[in-house]
Design a binder for this molecule. Sequence first.
Ligand SMILES: [Ca+2]
Ligand SMILES: [Ca+2]
Length: 116
Amino acid sequence: MVHQSNSFRVIVQNPQKKSKQEEHNQVAQHSQILMASQEKSDVDRIFKRFDANGDGKISSAELGEALRNLGSASPDEINRMMAEIDTDGDGYISFNEFVEFHNANRGLMKDVAKIF
Ligand SMILES: [Ca+2]
Ligand SMILES: [Ca+2]
């Protein structure tokens, strides 16, 4: 048993055959796979609930409506969230922007997924 765990440690401590960039790519690929298999349906579902008129983007009115369903939403809060999520500033939250927000706020979005 001791011998086994030592070999394991050697493997873990000697990753020098991979470049840092390769490692980074592998981690990124891995998290994309996780995203695809576990969370994509949740993100999809929440986005569609927010996108009340189904045009594929969330307006600030739709965001406000969804946040009211969650309990609290002052116009200030809605504006702040809108500015935070709408990174290209076109006034709408695209699905990609929504996914990015989801990835940056996993804890929050897990709670949202429970409600929606
Ligand atoms: Ca919409
Ligand atoms: Ca946008």
